[in-house]
Structures are given as structure tokens and as C-alpha cells.
Design a protein around this ligand. Structure first.
Ligand code: GAR
Length: 193
């Protein structure tokens, strides 16, 4: 059985969707470990409730930087857990060599826009502010850039004239929860061994 490592900073609804897809037999995998840079994040609470190993990444007090030592520790924890594929699920720090190198080609992310449009924070609010008529979500391989890296798949979502950032994000998240488990299955199938 292929093993997933999940990294998240927030509420963990995408992790929940992955877990639900596994439970429903739509995704053949298991979640081996859940890691968060935010000790109070709901994703950790969800993981513990589901009986999954969960731990905090010690970012040495930095609020947005991800120090190399912490990246190395994260890679070591993922390796120790026997992770085949790393899935970023609302993880809000940039990855660098100490984490990217040991998992080359095996780290993916979900982002709430049709990349390359609206990279970075609160992409749904950026879409509303820009007057976009369409947005969506993208699953992509992770590199050292911010929401760059080759795109695996996207789902489109209309932006309605009366949308607020929150209403658009909710509609995008419905698509994220469908798209991410499906892409994870496809990427797992494409991995060697
Ligand atoms: C999701 O909308 C995800 O696409 C976004 O954070 C949210 C996390 O929600 N990620 C990014 O913006 C990454 N650049 P969740 O914690 O409920 O899964």
C-alpha cells in the first residue's frame, strides 16, 4: 500500500477529503503521517481524531520562513514514516533543497486558482479583487518557487458577480476536495516501483 505524508498549516479539509476518499475505496493509499508548522492547526486535531500519527514542525519561531534545519527534519520524519508521496494540503511555507531533493518528483500541492493566475496567499480573494469571471484550483508538482512547478490537473469554477472571497473559496474548495484525491491516485500510479 502506497504511503502518503500530508503537510498542512490550516483547517485540513483537503486532508479530510483524502481520508474520506481512502475510506470510500476511491483512493488506494494510506496516510502515514501528518505534519504541521502550526501547533494549533485544526489539521493536527483532525489527524489525531482519525488516529493518524501527527507532529509539529519546529520552525524555530519564524512566522513564515522555513529554515533549512526544519526542512531537513521534515524530510527525515517523512522518510522514517516510509512516505512514497508528499501532499501539501494548505501548507503555507516555501520548500527548499533539504526537503525537495530527497523527495524529487514526489511532492505535490493543491492551490486555489487556475495557475499561473493568482499564485500566493488567498488566491480566491485575489480573483474577486481582480474581477475575474472564472477561477478554480490546480494540482501541481512542487519546486522551490511560489505555486510554480508543472501542473498535473485543474478544475474550473465560475466567479459570480455577487461572490465574496469567502463564497468563492467555498465553491473552489468543493472542487479541491474532488480533484486532489483523484490526482493523488493518478500520481501514485505513475510512480516507479
Ligand atoms: C486550500 O484552499 C488550499 O488550496 C490553499 O489553502 C487552503 C487550505 O484549506 N492552499 C494554498 O493557498 C497554497 N498556496 P484546508 O486546510 O481546509 O485544506
Amino acid at each position: 500500500m502506497r504511503r502518503l505524508g500530508i503537510l498542512g498549516s490550516g483547517s485540513g479539509t483537503n486532508m479530510q477529503a483524502i481520508l474520506d476518499a481512502i475510506g470510500a475505496g476511491r483512493l488506494e493509499a494510506e496516510i502515514a503521517i501528518v505534519l504541521s508548522d502550526q501547533p494549533e492547526a485544526r489539521i493536527l486535531e483532525r489527524a489525531r481524531q482519525a488516529g493518524l500519527p501527527a507532529a509539529v514542525i519546529d520552525c524555530r519561531g519564524f512566522s513564515s520562513r522555513f529554515p533549512d534545519e526544519a526542512q531537513g527534519e521534515t524530510a527525515a520524519a517523512l522518510e522514517k514514516a516510509g512516505v512514497d508521496l508528499v501532499c501539501l494540503a494548505g501548507f503555507m511555507r516555501l520548500l527548499r533543497k533539504p526537503l525537495l531533493e530527497p523527495f524529487a518528483g514526489r511532492i505535490i500541492n493543491i492551490h486555489p486558482s487556475l495557475l499561473p493566475a493568482f499564485p500566493g496567499l488567498e488566491a480566491w480573494a485575489q480573483a474577486v479583487a481582480a474581477g475575474a469571471t472564472e477561477s478554480g484550483c490546480s494540482v501541481h508538482y512542487v519546486d522551490a518557487g511560489m505555486d510554480t512547478g508543472p501542473i498535473i490537473s485543474q478544475a474550473r469554477v465560475p466567479v459570480r458577480p455577487d461572490d465574496t472571497p469567502a463564497s468563492l473559496h467555498a465553491r473552489i474548495q468543493e472542487q479541491e476536495h474532488r480533484l486532489y484525491p483523484k490526482c493523488i491516485g493518478e500520481v501514485l500510479d505513475s510512480l516507479p516501483g
